[in-house]
Ligand binder design. Structure first.
Ligand code: NZQ
Ligand code: ZN
Length: 397
């Protein structure tokens, strides 16, 4: 019988307000009388006037601020925000920032309402992995298109002591709304623009590059998103190019890349993210840079496992129609690496400061975090992950 997609539920209640000057609508989005704690990062929203615009739009609400959420947000910083929220008797959260601020706010929202030790919201060797039953309502104003955190139910938190970067997901931590103003990307430096394009690219790949199950819409959507990222990537990373249409396409593509639309009913392989998180834990490499340093090696080492989809990727995404199947696959891997390089991203581990002596540590971390049987078939053992890290050390095309 023909393979078919598996059964699924698709639920996504996030109201997206996309376009120019949407921040001005904030006052109407948050119910009257709510006392709002605005969360933000290291100060870019202050520097570039976004926080002032947000406060102006919320002039009829009582608001407070919690700044200082770091990139790769930590558990301890989030817990400080939980205290601030409770002491100040707030009842609504508003995240203004990139994936780190939105992820942190999701955890803060869940931790405030959690009955017990909030660490237990996380599994993978850090806590008990207990379900989240409720969370404080929150919205977001997105300043960095990359993670799609603005339209999904996942949060990734870093635990410094445990040397871990762990996610949790819950339907209670979807933002109630997210404001997407493409013009907010105009202040992003090249490094973050390249990170955003890359993170979105790898998100699509990890929901696509597995084995075929005849998910026609998922495949076509995924291929379309990849083609758009390849087309616009080099222009987006030009930080001086403030073309509205270009940035609008960048922003919406990144959101669609991980709002779960393309993952339902088809297998997924989050091994590049799994291996990448351990690099960030090790030496604080930017999330997306950890991904581009690993993905080419995943494609090389897992070629046989991903054969059919790699051929499809070569043909449908890169337009490679000549040669044997293997020649198409190899050409597609080369094109992927060239694309990352063209937008200034690292493509091997040396580029992100990891050397041979670190690999044991990375593999041990994977083990500590329960990542011993990952990928679309659960057959990526620690040995295979070790082989991928080894391959990624000095992969040079
Ligand atoms: O902290 P500030 O001063 O605001 O500066 C930030 C930060 O330094 C800056 N920035 C953000 N918007 C800006 C800006 N600078 C100028 N103009 C703007 N408009 O950019 C830097 C990076 O921000 P961050 O939020 O850390 O980046 P990103 O959005 O890439 O988020 C990365 C985090 O998201 C997690 C990652 O693991 C990482 O912790 N992820 C979350 C996912 C999810 N929720 O589904 C999935 C992803 O795979 C990912 O794991
Ligand atoms: Zn990611």
């Amino acid at each position: 019988m023909e393979k078919a997609m598996s059964d699924f539920v698709y639920y996504n209640p996030v109201k997206v307000l996309f376009g120019r000057n949407k921040i001005s609508e904030l006052g109407a989005l948050i119910p009257d009388g709510k006392k709002v704690l605005i969360t933000y990062g290291g100060g870019s929203v202050k520097r570039f006037g976004t926080l002032d615009r947000v406060k102006e739009a919320l002039h009829s609400h009582i608001v407070g601020e919690f700044g200082g959420i770091e990139a790769n947000p930590t558990y301890s910083t989030c817990m400080e925000a939980v205290e601030r929220f409770k002491e100040g008797r707030y009842d609504y959260l508003l995240a203004v920032g990139g994936g780190s601020v939105i992820d942190a706010t999701k955890f803060i929202a869940a931790a405030i309402a959690f009955d017990g030790d909030p660490k237990d919201i996380f599994g993978q060797g850090v806590g008990k992995g207990l379900p989240v039953e409720s969370a404080v309502p929150f919205g977001s104003v997105l300043t960095l298109p990359a993670t799609a955190s603005e339209m999904n139910e996942t949060s990734v938190i870093t635990f410094k002591e445990e040397k871990a970067k762990i996610s949790f997901s819950s339907r209670h931590v979807f933002p109630e709304f997210s404001i997407l103003e493409p013009e907010l990307t105009y202040t992003l430096p090249k490094r973050q623009l390249a990170n955003g394009i890359t993170d979105a690219f790898v998100h699509v790949i990890e929901q696509y590059l597995t084995y075929p199950v005849n998910g026609m819409v998922q495949d076509e959507f995924a291929e379309g998103l990849l083609r758009v990222l390849i087309e616009i990537g080099p222009d987006v990373v030009d930080e001086d190019n403030h073309d509205y249409a270009l940035r609008a396409n960048y922003m919406w593509t990144a959101t669609l890349a991980l709002n779960r639309l393309i993952s339902r009913g088809v297998p997924g392989d989050w091994s590049t993210h799994g291996l990448g998180h351990e690099i960030t834990v090790l030496n604080n490499t930017d999330h997306a840079r950890s991904l581009s340093a690993i993905l080419p090696a995943v494609m090389v080492v897992r070629k046989l496992k991903k054969w059919d989809k790699l051929v499809q990727y070569a043909e449908k995404v890169w337009g490679i129609t000549e040669g044997t199947e293997e020649a198409k696959i190899d050409a597609a891997i080369l094109k992927t690496v060239a694309f990352f390089k063209s937008i200034g991203m690292p493509t091997n581990l040396s580029d992100v400061g990891v050397d041979e002596a670190d690999i044991d540590t990375l593999v041990r971390q994977l083990k500590d975090h329960g990542n011993e049987a990952i990928s679309e078939r659960g057959d990526q053992t620690l040995d295979v992950s070790c082989e991928i890290y080894q391959k990624a050390l000095d992969l040079n095309f």
